[in-house]
Design a protein around this ligand. Structure first.
Ligand SMILES: [Ca+2]
Ligand SMILES: [Ca+2]
Ligand SMILES: [Ca+2]
Ligand SMILES: [Ca+2]
Length: 230
C-alpha cells in the first residue's frame, strides 16, 4: 500500500476475511465458520519510501462456510477487507471478493468388524456394528454403500444379502435395515456442517448380518463407502 506523505505515517493494517453474510460484515467477530480477523497485520517497509508491504496470515478451518454454487451459502461470497490506519488521517480501506469452495470430505473408519459369530446368528440392535462417520469438510454429506461381491470364508462364502445397513440402531430383521447391493446406494446419512463448537459433527451407520450355514473359519470381503453431497 502507498501513503503519499511517507511510509512511516502508516501505523496499522487490520485484515478481515469474512463471509459476505456474516453478522456485522467487516466488523464481525472471529469465527472459524465465517469470520477471520487479524487486528495488526505484519508491516514491512518497501524500497519505495511511500510504501509498506503488509501481510495478514489467516489459517482457515476446513469448516469455513462454502459459498460456491453447491455450497452452504451459494448467494454469498467471501470478502477480503483491509483497513489502513494512518497517524494523521482517518483509515481507508479496500476489499476483494472470492468464493469459498465446497470441500466434500468425511472421516470413514476402515473396518467393519463383527467379531466371532456362530452359524445361524442374526445381529440385533444390541450387537450390530456401529460406525461413526464424521464431517471433515464443509459440505452437508451423505454416504453411498455397496458390496461388490460375496464374502469369502475359510470354507464357503457369505452372499451379499446376508448383510444390511441402516441409519438407525436396528437389527438385521428390522424393516429399516437395507440389504447390501452391488451398485452404490445413497444412505441419506446427512452429516451436517461443522461449527466452531462442533467442527466435526458425526452420524452413525449401522451394519447387520445373518450368518448362513455351510461356512467356516474367517470371512472377509469389501464394502465400499463413498462420500457424496447430501
Ligand atoms: Ca499518511
Ligand atoms: Ca457464491
Ligand atoms: Ca447397536
Ligand atoms: Ca442423498
Amino acid at each position: 500500500m502507498e501513503d503519499l506523505d511517507g511510509q512511516n505515517t502508516i501505523t496499522n493494517v487490520r485484515g478481515v476475511f469474512h463471509r459476505s453474510g456474516a453478522t456485522n460484515g467487516s466488523a464481525c467477530t472471529n469465527s472459524g465458520n465465517d469470520c477471520y480477523v487479524v487486528t495488526s497485520c505484519g508491516l514491512v517497509n518497501d524500497t519505495d519510501p511511500n510504501r509498506k508491504v503488509y501481510s495478514c496470515r489467516m489459517d482457515l478451518q476446513y469448516y469455513s462456510a462454502s459459498t460456491d454454487a453447491s455450497g452452504q451459502y451459494p448467494s454469498n461470497n467471501w470478502v477480503a477487507y483491509v483497513e489502513v490506519t494512518d497517524g494523521t488521517a482517518t483509515g481507508t480501506n479496500n476489499a476483494l471478493t472470492k468464493e469459498m469452495n465446497s470441500v466434500l470430505s468425511l472421516t470413514i473408519p476402515g473396518n467393519i468388524e463383527f467379531g466371532n459369530k456362530n452359524i445361524g446368528d442374526v445381529t440385533t440392535a444390541a450387537n450390530n456394528v456401529e460406525m461413526s462417520i464424521a464431517q471433515a469438510g464443509n459440505v452437508n454429506a451423505d454416504v453411498e454403500v455397496s458390496m461388490a461381491s460375496a464374502l469369502t470364508c475359510t470354507s464357503g462364502s457369505m452372499a451379499r444379502d446376508r448383510f444390511k445397513w441402516a441409519v438407525t440402531d436396528v437389527g438385521f430383521s428390522s424393516g429399516s435395515s437395507t440389504v447390501m447391493t452391488a451398485s452404490p446406494v445413497d444412505t441419506n446419512l446427512d452429516v451436517g456442517y461443522g461449527t466452531d463448537g462442533s467442527p466435526s459433527p458425526s452420524k452413525f451407520l449401522y451394519f447387520n448380518m445373518s450368518v448362513p450355514s455351510g461356512i467356516g473359519g474367517t470371512c472377509s470381503g469389501i464394502t465400499t463407502l463413498s462420500a457424496i453431497s447430501h
